[in-house]
Design a protein around this ligand. Structure first.
Ligand code: NIG
Ligand code: FE
Length: 403
């Protein structure tokens, strides 16, 4: 399944996976030079002496997964919260007793940059084994200038010294820090006047994100922050309509964000505005699953209204418990009513588009990076949760993980 063709894929095109039966993919110096049937290759292309040959017999080659929403860099863990949630505690109850994002902020502020790099490196290695070859990574557990920069520097170091390509996002507006709760305007000023300029000056992020939600950032505040980021060249994306229809997706449409993420409560009217503005819906069903929200984003409604759907893990210490895009695809199919083909496009080409990497990755096409997953069997084997369906993971033409 090459997923080759124009991006993003919306509406009926969300299901177009462009199969090549009996196909072969060839690459040179990490970039794809040929995709097509074996006889065409044999008549037109010469394998270099000593070229690595991977036999995908009885298997299926698909593009490497792109995970366009992760909080992979953080310190500590919140397993205790998970246990409380399993015993019935709600998201709000956990947050009101010092849990949630603010508890990870405490630990992340105290952690060294080296410690952040090493803990995230282990998580990235898990993601790689699950087939992820490109991922977005956010700051957002520092919530003070130096700690936010520390997170982004950790992401930059990891981008340089492990196989997964990382796309950095500044998420200083992930929460209102506890010490600013009584004077939130002062934190907004800090974000706009100090943090964003420092991130821009350091060239440390491509994207600016905001957690727009009741009790966190209002739509008006979100818009001001995203516009300030955009003035510095940080492209907008947003956490939207996760806990209520709180206006985040409309902010995305108004500022021309590339992606609005979560969207459990997005309305049909807001979906129409997203479609008109070309905002991608990045859906994170594993977060809804592990947070026990009892509902999922309306993927079918979004697809029917012409919104391109991408999928992501939302890897984070709270509800982001899985590194696995195949598990996210499983939930997309069984909890959000997507077809397997729609889920595959959501986890590859549309995910690449959601982070501005669709000219580089997301499909198997000449010119793109040789990033691929060799599935043991068919694509459907990926959603047999727990079965070891991934035979090889290839990044830039090199085998980086094998069963
Ligand atoms: O995408 N919604 C806000 N942020 C994360 C949760 C982060 C956390 O709980 O630490 C999310 O789900
Ligand atoms: Fe998130």
């Amino acid at each position: 399944m090459t997923c080759a063709g124009p991006s993003p894929r919306r509406g009926a095109a969300q299901a177009v996976v462009t199969p090549v039966a009996g196909g072969l993919v060839a690459s040179r110096e990490g970039r794809i030079v040929f995709v097509g049937p074996v006889p065409a290759f044999e008549s037109g292309v010469q394998a270099a002496p000593g070229a690595v040959v991977l036999d995908a017999a009885r298997g299926t080659v698909i593009p490497g997964f792109v995970d366009p929403h992760t909080h992979v860099v953080y310190a500590g863990d919140r397993r205790e919260e998970l246990r409380r949630r399993l015993a019935g505690a709600s998201y709000a109850e956990i947050a009101s007793t010092g849990g949630g994002i603010v508890s990870t902020v405490r630990e992340t502020r105290e952690a060294s940059e080296d410690a952040l790099v090493e803990s995230a490196r282990r998580r990235l290695a898990e993601m790689l084994r699950c087939g992820t070859t490109t991922a977005e990574a956010k700051s957002g557990y520092g919530l003070e200038t130096e700690a936010e920069l520390k997170m982004l520097r950790a992401i930059r170091r990891l981008a340089a010294d492990q196989p997964i390509d990382l796309v950095p996002t500044f998420l200083g507006a992930h929460e209102i820090p506890v010490e600013f709760r009584e004077r939130r305007q002062a934190y907004l000023d800090l974000l706009v006047d100090e943090m964003i300029p420092a991130v821009v000056a350091g060239g440390l992020a491509e994207w600016c994100d905001v957690f727009c939600e009741t009790g966190v950032y209002t739509p008006e505040e979100s818009r001001l922050i995203l516009e300030a980021g955009a003035r510095g060249g940080l492209r907008p994306r947003i956490h939207a309509d996760e806990l209520a229809a709180s206006g985040g997706s409309d902010v995305a449409s108004a500022v021309g964000a590339r992606s609005a993420d979560h969207l459990l409560f997005v309305t049909p009217e807001s979906a129409n505005r997203m479609a008109a503005s070309g905002v991608v819906a990045t859906l994170l069903p594993a977060a809804a699953f592990y947070l026990k929200f009892g509902r999922f984003a309306p993927a079918r409604m979004l697809i029917e209204r012409g919104v391109a759907v991408a999928l992501a893990t939302d890897l984070n210490p709270g509800g982001g418990f899985t590194p696995s895009m195949p598990f996210v695809m499983t939930l997309a199919c069984f909890a959000m009513g997507m077809t397997l083909e729609e889920a595959l496009v959501g986890a590859t080409l549309n995910a690449a588009y959601a982070i501005g990497r669709d000219t580089e990755v997301g499909s198997l096409e000449p010119g793109k990076l040789m990033d691929a997953v060799v599935v043991d069997g068919e694509v459907v084997d990926l959603i047999r949760v727990g079965a070891p369906a991934i035979r090889h993971v290839v990044k830039r033409g090199r085998v980086v993980a094998s069963a």
